[in-house]
Design a protein. Structure first.
Length: 295
């Protein structure tokens, strides 16, 4: 198929590109110039994929590029920092300006969900962002060599309720707890900065709880953990990380677990219930037949 890859920062776009080409898809990349790594140029060249660089505000330009390439299905991969939209310097084109004026909320779900709607109106379906790299989704139970201690698990259990409320309100997906108290809560700043702030506030011994949203839309804003997350935890003295099984990507999974083991950090996958996944002919690499959703 002709697949569009809308790329933000981090390793996620590279992994999706490699998986898509391995499955024989013709990929057109539209990379956010304020976010995506310049190394994506070389990766696109190696994969034989077309790449175009556009500013975050150029939604109309993104759509024109994808339609010109014959793309009818696309994947969003890689973080776009929400703060970029509020800090100024992003010039919206008419398509983006029209979208922003119609928004009742500029929360992550509100903003990216509206972008998905505009893409759909232009004949471009946004797919589950993990459909090509499902093996990198976190499993359930202890994932690291060391499981959480009883005290650590108690802090995680305490943190789940607050983290689920936070995520359900589309505020953030990470909280840090210690001794059954919430130390730091994520908003726009991102996971690594929350972890660092918690370390400054409470010192070593904090626990990090990262959750998916209730009814997580796997097309965008999927929780991601990488080696940088583990390094942030090590620097802050955080001892334990909980992620939602089946809803969290462990980017470069073996490296993440190796870094956690080297730092003595326990990682556990919480069973957060079923997630809708696209399969069938309408999913990249899917089998023949009509669209289905697998739980």
């Amino acid at each position: 198929m002709r697949l569009g890859l809308i790329a933000g920062n981090g390793r996620f776009p590279f992994l999706v590109l490699d998986a898509a080409r391995a499955q024989g898809h013709d990929v057109t990349i539209v990379a956010a110039s304020e976010e995506a790594s310049p190394d994506l140029n070389a990766a696109a060249d190696r994969a034989g994929a077309a790449i175009h660089w556009v500013s975050l505000g150029q939604l109309g330009g993104c759509i024109r590029l994808l339609k010109a390439a014959g793309v009818t299905q696309a994947v969003m991969a890689g973080q776009v920092k929400h703060t970029k939209i509020f800090a100024g310097g992003i010039v919206p084109d008419l398509t983006m300006l029209s979208l922003l004026r119609r928004l009742a909320s500029r929360s992550t779900d509100g903003l990216i969900g509206a972008v998905a709607g505009v893409l759909a109106d232009n004949g471009i379906e946004l797919l589950d962002s993990t459909v090509l790299i499902a093996p990198l989704l976190a499993g359930g139970g202890p994932l690291s060599r060391r499981p959480p201690t009883g005290e650590e698990q108690g802090d995680l259990d305490f943190g789940y309720r607050a983290a689920d409320v936070l995520a359900g309100a589309d505020i953030g997906q990470t909280i840090v707890v210690k001794a059954r108290a919430v130390v730091a809560v994520e908003a726009m700043e991102g996971t690594d900065e929350v972890i660092a702030r918690a370390g400054r506030l409470a010192g070593p011994g904090t626990r990090v709880v990262k959750v998916a949203k209730p009814g997580q839309d796997m097309r965008f804003d999927v929780p991601v953990v990488g080696v940088a997350t583990i390094e942030a935890m090590r620097a802050a003295g955080a001892t334990t990380l909980s992620v939602d099984a089946g809803r969290t990507l462990l980017i470069d999974g073996p490296a993440v677990l190796a870094a956690a083991d080297a730092a003595g950090i326990a990682i556990v996958g919480r069973d957060a219930g079923p997630v809708a996944r696209q399969t069938g002919a309408d999913a990249p690499g899917g089998a023949a037949g009509g669209p289905e959703y697998e739980y």
